[in-house]
Ligand binder design. Structure first.
Ligand SMILES: *Cc1c(COP(=O)(O)O)cnc(C)c1O
Length: 373
């Protein structure tokens, strides 16, 4: 699905020397690379505070911890997402309220949010799935009306631009109260291990989250709140500084691959290519097709037999996971989510894709369709 080896070869001299100098300095934790990455990321995103942390799951957990919620408080979230988004809610004793996604964007459907709001609702966690932004103008309007926090799960959409109704453009992850992202190696901005970050324009939340990520410490060995230990290490920060400078180019490369797929699959009956909304610049963390009247699982196997690593993100929606059985969420009716989990397939997409790889993937799918016709 990704080719991190070819990408590394392209930036090898810079990476190798950056890592070597950290080994020489022996400042593995909280070194100057982390501070530099933090401020470069703040500039790139156009946000006041970036708080690097250990991974994207921690980012979400720390964000929720900073809101001062009580056990039993409700958080509205899509079920059609990676488990980390909702797992941290359960971990903190919060109740995830799973709502429907939009069939075209795969992201949380604003009209399903408002009907799910109760007196216990405290926050909304939209996910910018596959690299496409959720409808943030609509979500922020609902949040304002009902006085709810918004935490964006931006793990799959770092670098995406969002065009607001008022004509302004901002980066995803900087629109809600807090944005969370992951630097897992296969993400659009990935390091060579685990990493994550939280961002916010709110000074008070930033102070709180910095404290929580550092054992609730206000000054050395004085701990004011229960926190956790979540750090980005210097080596990962150094890798990310190099790759951040290339991120826009990486996004362009992904969009080119998506254009190629779009052209190839246009007008093939039963295949729906990803919709690109007018309000967001899709950064194609995944290129995900929706199949109707074609056996998706059979195609997935057919591609696997030809060494094409297609993937199903995600075969089981969060509300149907065993993990949430005791929450009774399995009873929730989410027909669009269920429909999508049986019909989506994600094709390989990355920054180093060659024309012959694309041709092979496309012709393999064409072959499958011919056999089935
Ligand atoms: C990857 C991902 C996460 C978690 O990030 P980790 O760094 O793996 O902890 C959370 N949410 C979404 C949508 C993701 O894709």
């Amino acid at each position: 699905m990704v080719d991190l080896m070819s990408q590394y070869q392209d930036i090898k001299p810079a990476i190798d020397s950056a890592i070597a100098s950290i080994l020489e300095s022996a400042q593995f934790i909280n070194g100057p690379e982390v501070k530099s990455f933090q401020s470069e990321m703040e500039d790139y995103l156009g946000v006041k505070h970036v708080i690097p942390c250990a991974n994207g799951t921690d980012a979400l957990q720390i964000a929720l911890m900073a809101l001062g919620l009580k056990p039993g408080d409700e958080v509205i979230t899509p079920s059609f997402t990676y488990i980390a988004t909702t797992e941290v809610m359960a971990l903190l004793g919060l109740k995830p309220i799973f709502v429907e996604v939009d069939r075209d964007t795969f992201c949380i459907a604003p009209d399903s949010i408002e009907v799910a709001i109760s007196s216990k609702t405290k926050a909304i966690v939209p996910v910018h799935l596959y690299g496409q932004a959720a409808n943030m103008d609509a979500i922020m309007a609902i949040a304002k009306k009902y006085d709810l926090f918004v935490i964006e799960d931006n793990a799959q959409a770092i670098g995406s631009d969002y065009s607001h109704e008022n004509g302004k453009t901002t980066k995803t992850g900087t629109i809600g109260d807090i944005g969370c992202t992951s630097f897992f190696p296969s993400k659009n901005l990935g390091c060579y291990g685990d990493g994550g970050a939280i961002c916010t324009n709110n000074d008070e939340l930033a102070d709180k989250m910095r404290m929580i990520a550092n054992h609730g410490q206000s000054k050395r060995y004085y701990h004011d709140v229960v926190g956790c230990n979540s750090r980005l290490d210097s080596i990962q920060a150094a890798v990310l500084r190099i790759k951040l400078r290339k991120l826009d180019g990486y996004i362009d490369a992904r969009r080119k691959v998506a254009d190629h797929y779009d052209n190839f699959f246009a007008n093939i009956p039963g295949i729906k290519t990803p919709v690109r909304t007018e309000y967001s610049r899709h950064v194609f963390h995944q290129y995900t097709l929706t199949f109707e009247g074609i056996d998706r699982d059979e195609l997935n196997q057919f591609l696997a037999d030809r060494d094409v690593p297609s993937m199903i993100y995600y075969p089981v929606p969060a509300h149907k996971q065993k993990m949430f059985e005791s929450f009774g969420s399995g009873e929730t009716e989410l027909p669009i989510t269920d429909w999508l989990t049986h019909r989506v397939i994600s094709l390989p997409i990355h920054t180093e894709m060659e024309q012959d790889q694309l041709d092979y993937i496309c012709s393999s799918i064409e072959e499958f369709l011919k056999i089935k016709a």
